[in-house]
Design a protein around this ligand. Structure first.
Ligand SMILES: [Ca+2]
Ligand SMILES: [Ca+2]
Length: 193
């Protein structure tokens, strides 16, 4: 028996600043008209400071029924669980070039091949509503003209361990944009080692 508390700590660490570079989401607000750039000489009617939209990335562990697993929940070797990653664009602006990277700790989990999926639901959707979304399959393969996500084996045990979504350098998929207000969720399955 394994305590998911170990995994939950792992998740928390992944979302912390120490390891933010391996589990992070970024996106820009598209379509802002910078008058300065439009006129090219600084005489435009507006000069906008464009800052990246601060998107919170949430990572959850769930059982196969979609129930969110709390820290301290028991999981058993051989049991399959889901990891869900989602970002909620609460604004009315589209987010352009969303990128997410998630590295699987292969000492604890083994990726289940071809289990990547995505859904888009209304901003503010709760855990149940996210799970009830219409999930569309994504391939493990990398790059256009494939789809928006991939899973790659970068070493260690012979299973995929690097999950990327969007145009992440080095494991680039098609560019991901997210209109607002919408919540985009991705999920994949792993087996507990
Ligand atoms: Ca793919
Ligand atoms: Ca591997």
């Amino acid at each position: 028996m394994r305590w998911l508390g170990t995994s939950a700590l792992f998740l928390a660490l992944l979302c912390g600043t120490a390891l933010a570079e391996i589990n992070s989401a970024t996106g820009g607000i598209a379509g802002l008209n910078n008058g300065t750039l439009t006129n090219g000489d600084g005489s435009g009617d507006a000069q906008l400071a464009v800052t990246a939209l601060d998107l919170a990335l949430v990572k959850q562990a769930r059982d196969l029924t979609g129930a969110v697993l709390a820290a301290g929940a028991n999981v058993l070797p051989g049991q399959e669980i889901y990891f869900v990653l989602y970002v909620d664009n609460t604004t009315s602006f589209p987010v352009a070039d969303l990128r997410i990277t998630d590295l699987i700790d292969e000492s604890q989990f083994t990726y289940v091949s071809t289990s990547l999926e995505q859904t888009t639901v209304a901003s503010g959707s709760n855990d149940a509503a996210i799970w009830a979304g219409t999930w569309t399959g994504l391939t493990d393969g990398v790059g256009g003209p494939d789809d928006a996500a991939s899973a790659v084996d970068t070493g260690g045990p012979a299973a995929e361990d690097s999950i990327t979504i969007g145009a992440v350098p080095g494991q680039a998929n098609t560019t991901v944009n997210l209109s607002g207000p919408n919540l985009r969720a991705y999920r994949f399955r792993v087996t507990v080692n």
